[in-house]
Design a protein around this ligand. Sequence first.
Ligand SMILES: [Zn+2]
Length: 270
Amino acid sequence: MIKSRAIVLHRFPYSDSSWIVKALTEECGIVSFIVKGGKRKESPFKGALDPLSLSEIVFRQNPGTELQFPKEAGVIDWHPHLRENLLSLAKAQVMAEIVMRYAPAGVPLEGEFALLENALREFDTADNSPEQDSPSISPEQNAAPSVPAGNTSGIFAQWLLDICDLWGYNLDTGTCSRCNHPLDGPAADFHPESGNFVCKKCLGVETPRAKPETLLGFWNLRNGGTIEHPEYVENALLAYLRNHVGFMREIHSLKFLNETRKLFSNNSAG
Ligand SMILES: [Zn+2]
């Protein structure tokens, strides 16, 4: 019998009453569960097997079958605030799908678990910053997130950068790839095929291929600043990852993210 923390990556209907749930477990990597009767209102698992929940699952691992039966499952963190923000939710779904499709199968994935757990918590707490005039929260209660409260702009990009690193495609965002000098400002160009940054001096009179928003986004990501248009740096990192993982498989939730981004940019434009 195994008891493990797990993050639910995906859930799809199996029959009239059952789900198949794919979860990233802390102990055993990605495990597929069949949840009989999971759709019923009185399911004992409640929100524990909802996508993006952080839960504790007890199951017996039967190596002879693809699908495991959860014996018990309880929610540790349902991430309610993340779910209230459509853009955070869309980004979290893309992260979950990337892990589900591209993380190695059949091996423990402690690094992937830690990165996803951290990013989901940051999304959840960043939108939950206390009001200015509300009573102050003691430092113990307000466990310091690594991103300033309210600043969700770099969470997805940082996660992509960390996943690239974890999977062996480290991206050096602080150095010019031509002269090897540290960048002292936003790079003058970026090539998503190679992951190379080029400084102003080395670029010379060449026309940069990367957009200024992308280059400024990388700079702010590195320096912990707010990224005004995070979709540029996120897309650049997705392109880089796609080139290196060599994946042709489509990330379905990217479509939803792109629709959501449009919705938000239209709103902010007036
Ligand atoms: Zn240079």
